[in-house]
Design a protein around this ligand. Structure first.
Ligand SMILES: Nc1ncnc2c1ncn2[C@@H]1O[C@H](COP(=O)(O)OP(=O)(O)OP(=O)(O)O)[C@@H](O)[C@H]1O
Length: 231
């Protein structure tokens, strides 16, 4: 039997200062991120828009400790990510960061509820809000026993959001959550993200091309050539 402990974390949000991410060298050098400063408070949903290649995915990767910036500081819950080893970063991500990807990225063989229970098993931690309650919160309680193949795109995305919240993350990083959805479902998903962000006091950053859903976000920033500015 796996021993699990239940914890509720009070996060202090996400802060990036002077973050630069450079790929290549010499004439081929690309600054994917150019002196980015960004502070996201617990309970705040920030949207990042901008053209293709502007650096939006790079920003999420650096904010979530998946990629080390070339220069600058990334702090989550008072922890400076740039000083952590790869191993410590992996643990940090499991405990502090929730990721939501375009298609939900669910495990095909698992039912909706088991997608969430798997996270508890991996982290060895019981969710502060039980998986059943999280599925209910995203309107998926009735489909708890369905596998992804029998869910619509919007439903998969809902399960993906619930799963990202299992570990009580301080930071939620969301990449194009509405890319595969029609207009109505897109609004529902981003409204849901905003609600969960506020309810669970998560510092959330969502990258999107969908200007239609920005009304649900607390703040909108634009990324152009690796630099962030208010829209
Ligand atoms: N591993 C890499 N090696 C070299 N260049 C890279 C790498 N990853 C990203 N880049 C470059 O960094 C810049 C920013 O890329 P990024 O994927 O962050 O943009 P994006 O805004 O997310 O784009 P999209 O909206 O198309 O997903 C681009 O010029 C891209 O070509």
């Amino acid at each position: 039997m796996t021993t699990t402990t239940s914890t509720t974390r009070v996060g202090t949000g996400l802060s990036l200062s002077g973050v630069t991410l450079t790929f290549g060298d010499g004439d081929d050098q690309v600054a994917a991120l150019d002196r980015v400063d960004l502070a996201v408070s617990p309970g705040e949903l920030v949207a990042i828009v901008g053209p293709s290649g502007a650096g939006k995915s790079s920003l999420l990767a650096v904010a979530g400790g998946l990629t080390k910036p070339t220069t600058g500081s990334v702090v989550v819950d008072g922890i400076e990510l740039t000083e952590l080893s790869s191993r410590a970063l992996a643990t940090f991500r499991r405990e502090h960061v929730g990721f939501v990807f375009q298609s939900g990225n669910l495990v095909p063989a698992l039912t909706a509820i088991d997608q969430l229970r798997l996270v508890e098993k991996i982290t060895g931690r019981r969710a502060a809000t039980p998986p059943e309650a999280l599925l209910d919160a995203v309107g998926m309680a009735a489909h708890a026993d369905r596998r992804p193949g029998r869910l619509s795109g919007g439903e998969r995305q809902r399960v993906g959001i619930a799963r990202a919240l299992v570990a009580s993350p301080s930071v939620l990083l969301v990449d194009e959550p509405t890319a595969a959805l029609d207009r109505r479902r897109s609004h529902e998903i981003v409204e849901l993200l905003a609600r969960q962000t506020h309810e669970f006091s998560v510092a959330s950053v969502m990258v999107t091309h969908d200007h239609d859903v920005l009304e649900h976000c607390d703040r909108v920033l634009e990324m152009v050539d690796g630099a962030l500015r208010a829209l």
